[in-house]
Design a binder for this molecule. Sequence first.
Ligand SMILES: Cc1cc2nc3c(=O)[nH]c(=O)nc-3n(C[C@H](O)[C@H](O)[C@H](O)COP(=O)(O)OP(=O)(O)OC[C@H]3O[C@@H](n4cnc5c(N)ncnc54)[C@H](O)[C@@H]3O)c2cc1C
Length: 457
Amino acid sequence: MRHDIVIIGGGSAGYAAARSGRDAGANVAIVDQGPLGGLCILRGCMPTKTILRSSDIMALMRRAAEFGLRPVEVHADMAAIMARKEELISGFAEYRIEQLHDPYFTLYQEQAIFLSPHTVQVGAKIIEADQFIVATGSVAQHIAIPGIDAVGYITSDEALQLQQSPKSMLVLGGGAVATELAQFFQRTGTQVTLIQRSQHILSEGDEDLARPVEAHFREEGMQVFTNTQLHQFTVEGSQKIAHFTHDEEQKSARAEVVLQALGRRPNVDGLDLNAAGVQVERGRVLVNAEMRTNQPHIFAVGDVNGIHEIVHIAIQQGEVAGHNAAYPGRPPHRMDDRLKAQVVFTDPQVANVGLSEKECQQQGMPYLVASYPFDDHGKSLTLGEIHGHVKLLCEPRTGKILGGHIVGPEAGELVHELVAVMYFHGTVRDLAQIPHYHPTLAEIITYPAEELAEQIG
Ligand SMILES: Cc1cc2nc3c(=O)[nH]c(=O)nc-3n(C[C@H](O)[C@H](O)[C@H](O)COP(=O)(O)OP(=O)(O)OC[C@H]3O[C@@H](n4cnc5c(N)ncnc54)[C@H](O)[C@@H]3O)c2cc1C
């Protein structure tokens, strides 16, 4: 059996690559061992955002009196929250499965194993191809902390299946998955303790964006420990105990459930990339901006290359690889990181596009910065959503926007104005001059833009 392009993995990245290959007229096969649907739909973005809607509404209901409403007592029904999530997810998955059965693709529902740089074993079949695109995603990373395996823990996969609210939970980690789930469980009735190694949560970004989220977590009753080092886990009856150093003091915290959200690693298990001659470094398949590995006819896209674990970037990478695989003789498409964006769906949300201050400093890039707080913005005050701020970075001479960062209400929606202006290489002057309706949350962006516009040139 022979195809022009064989894509291993039919998640967000693999499906995007398949569509691009198909649109270019290539003979495309997708190999996916299942379950079909991909991480985003089955166990990632969509289930988490569905359940967060329930905890967000619950948090608002608790604030009824603040808005002149008679308070009601609100309780989470975890089984019902999860049932709503299951129903939505099965609809999204059904649609993706239909797309994978596109008559223009050949779909093999088997595991793929490389036998050589041009052949894979797929079940009992041996398949050859001119080009391969590896899109096998990621898996939760195992962390070797003494005692953790013996006391037992869950990952986000199991957290999304719980049918009852645990009484208490230790959340290990401070990234997007850890913080979103920590707040979900805290708001729905679990006493959460979050333990994070770095100085602040969301440690890849700037500290000023993380602190309002940490402060709000604490206001809601969560215990948050940052700057820690985990040493050991022990068990006492039904309680799992984490022993750690916090600000140089020995501490411990206990709970019924441990949620290990310390990160994911590229899934290269069982692929035998060695047989294909593909280089892997610290578990990641190395690629260039064309998404090619060291074997120019083998590409790697999405979580498996470990560059960003973000869906729209996985899709862009898939499209770049699909195009380059289908048109080997044409000028290649390349990934452009300038507009890399991320949203964390906590309350307040955190959204970023482009460079952070940390990145500008690391790259020695001069920048101007200005911020404006939501607690001084009319529309935020009317909504009672006053946590956080907007921060803009621009080139000192031209005013070209280098990065936009929002921690606050609807940050994930608001950031798209910054993405659009940056896409067109816009400046802080553009942002300040674009008309903004009053009163809206989006107006807040014009304030730091005006401040910067006065400083440039
Ligand atoms: C809890 C959670 C929440 C998240 N929330 C967000 C969010 O809000 N926004 C966001 O942008 N990102 C989010 N992410 C990240 C996002 O889900 C991933 O970045 C994205 O889904 C990765 O897509 P992918 O195509 O690389 O991998 P996947 O979708 O995992 O696809 C990999 C596919 O490969 C198949 N496969 C694996 N090995 C083989 C093999 N050897 N042979 C055949 N098939 C194989 C698998 O069956 C699977 O279908 C979240 C992740 C988690 C865990």
